[in-house]
Design a protein around this ligand. Sequence first.
Ligand code: GLC
Length: 736
Amino acid sequence: MTNEQIKALIADLSIEEKAGQLLQVAGNFYDKDSLTTGALDYFKITDKELELTGSILSISGAEKLKKIQDECMAKQPHHIPQVFMLDIINGYETIYPVPMAQGASFNPDMAKKCAAMAAIEGSAAGIHVTFSPMVDLVRDARWGRVMESTGEDSYLNGVLGAAMVEGYQGDDIKSKGKMGACVKHFAAYGGAEGGRDYDTVELSERTLREEYLPAYKACIDDGVKLVMTSFNTIKHVPAAGNKWLMKKVLRDEMGFDGMLISDYGAIVEMVNHNIAKDEVQAAELSINAGVDMDMMSLCYVHGLKKLLEEGKISQEMIDEAVFRVLSLKNELGLFDNPYKDASAEDEKKYILCDEHRKLAMEAAMDSFVLLENDDKMLPLSKDESVCFVGPFVDSKKVYGSWTFPSNDDSIVSIRQGIENIGAKNVSYAQGSQFLSNNMKLKNGEILTYDDEAKEKLLKEAVDAAKSSSKAVVCIGEHAQFTGEAASRTNITIPEEQMELLRAVSEVNENVVTLVVNGRPLELAEGKKLSKAVMVVWFPGTETGNAIANVIYGNNEPGGRVPMSFPYTVGQEPCYYNRLKSGRPNNGTLEQGYVMGYIDQIDKMLYPFGYGKTYTEFEYSTVEIEEKTGEEKPVLTLDKTLTASVVITNKGQREGTETVQMYVQDLFGSVCRPVKQLRGFEKVTLAPGESKKVSFVIKEEMLRFYNIDMEYTSEAGDFKVYIGPDSETDNFAEFVI
Ligand code: GLC
C-alpha cells in the first residue's frame, strides 16, 4: 500500500479499531501453550477488545500463526493483519551464545551471521519482528539482565547491535527470511541502582548521553525498525511516558521515525510509579511521548477515546501512532501476504539444520574466554586420562533464560561433545547439585535433596579425580539465576559447586575449571584452585561440541572479557572507562588517603578486553605514521592520524588476537575517562608470523559533552593505546 492508501484506511477506522491497532497482547490469550514473558493476571481484556488487537507477542509456529492470523483477520472489521513479535535473543531453535558471550567475541560479522540465521528460522515459524538487539550498557553484574547485553562498552555494544540489526533486517524486511528488529530498552535500563531490576536509574545527562545512548543510536542509524521503551525512570520520569526522552532525544535528535513500542505493561505501570493516577492518565503521558504501541496494558484501549472526547489529545496524535503501526505491517508486506514466510516446510528445512548448528558452534568457540592456563594445562591431549565432573557435564540448560528451544534433546551436552570428539580414557561424574538444598528458583521450583545423596555425588567425583591426570570441573550459574527479574546480591558460584571444586583440587593438582555463566562471577577462589579457567557463558545448542573442540585444541577460545570481573561483588558497579579521581589508586592496599577500599585492592580480577590464547602475542610500540621529528602529531577536523603496531605470534600454533585501540583525552573542560575503546580488530597469525595492525583516529572519536553540554572535541593532549586489553600501557601521544 502507498502512504495515501494507509491514511485512507486510517480515516475509515473507528476509534475502537484505532486503539486496538495500538495494543499488543500476549499469545497466551490465543493459545494456552504460548510462552509467558510477563505477568498475565492483571490483564482483564474483553472478547471484543481482543478481536480488535493489532499485534500478538510470544507465540510461534507456522501452522499455528497462520490459523490465528486467519481467525483474527476474519474478526477485524477492516481485516487488518496481525504483526507477530517474539524475543528471539540468541537464536530461535538453533541457539547460539547469549549476547554477553557475543560481546566477548568482539566479532560483528559473527553477530550478523547469527542474527540472520535466527531470522531465517523465526520467520519460517511465522515471526515478523524480534525484540532484539538489547544494547543496554551494563556496569553492575548484580543485574540479572547483563546476560542479554554485550557488555560495559557503548562503542562495542553499538558495533555489535548494528551488526545484529543488519542480520535480522537485511536490505528489506519484506524479503524472505528477514524480519523487523527492535532495539531495547530505551533508555539506560542497565543503569538500575544496585543492579536491582526495575529500580531507579539516576544518571547525569552527560553520562546518559555519552555512555548509555550511543549504542541505541548506532542501531537507529543502521535502520532498526522498532524501539522498545524501558521500565525505568530517566530524570525521575518513566521512559514510557517520558516526552523529553522520546520526543526530543529519540525522535528529534536521533531522527528515529519508526515504531515505538512499550515494554511489557510499562504504560500501566506508571500508576505504580505514582506519576499517573489511573490508566487514562498513563495513556495521556505515553501518547504525548509518542509511544505507538501498548504492550500488555489496556491504557490505550481504555483511555484514548476518553482523552479525545475531553480534548486532552488530538485525533492527529492517535492517527500518527496508527500510521506507524500500519506502516510497519505494510513494510513487512502483510497486507499482501499476511502469512509472510510462515511455512511448515521451511521450518523442517531450516530449523536446526547442519549449517545452522555449525554456525552456532563457531559462535560459541569464538566467545569462550580463557582466563588462566598455567603449565599450558589446555589444550588437552586425547590420550590423557581426564575426568569431567560437575552439574553441567550432562546439563541441557546451557542456553540462557531468553531462549525457548522446543526441546532440550537438540542441545549437545558437555559429555556428548566429549564423546563426539572421540576422547579416550575419560570419566564423568555429576559431583554436586546446581544449588544448595531448598533453594527456591525464579519459577517457584525448590530443589531439595538429602545429605546422603550429596555425599555420594561428591565421592564419585573425587574418586574419578584421584584416578585421572587432569580434572575438568564444569560449574557455574543455574539458568534461572540470570535474565529478567533475576538480580542477585552476590555473584558467587553456588556453594555446593564450590565444595566440589575444593574437594577435587585436593586430590588432583591439574584442575581445569569451565564456568557456565551469563554474568561476571567471583572467580578469585576458583583461580587459586585451578591451573586453567575458561568462561564459556551459555553457549547454546552446540555447547558440548564447541567445548570439546576448544579444550582438545582443534580450535582456540576467541573471547575477551566484555564486562569487568571484580574480585568481589562489593566492588560493583565496575567499568574500565572510569574517571580518574583526585586521589587515584595505585592498585595496592598500602596507601593512605586514596580512592578505593581498605579491604580489597581496587582493581579488577579480569579487566575489560582481557583474555588469553593458546599461543603468545608480542606487541611493538605504538607508532603514529604522521609523526615527524620530535613534535607530537596533530589531528585536525579534516586530517586523520593513523596509529599502528606490529604484532607477532611468538608461540608454536596459529592464534587469533583481538587487538584493541583506546584513546585518552588527558585534559578537558570536564574530567575525562582514563580510556575509551574506539577500535578493535581480530588478527590470525601463524607461528612466527608478524603483521602491522593500523587504526585511523578521527576527530569525531574524541567528542564529548563539554562543560556547556556542547558535543565537541577540545584542543589538547591525547594518548592512543593499542594492546591486548583495557589495562595496556602501550601508547603514543598526539594533539588536537
Ligand atoms: C519483557 C522484557 C523485554 C521483552 C518483553 C516481551 O518484560 O523486558 O525485554 O522483550 O517483555 O517479552
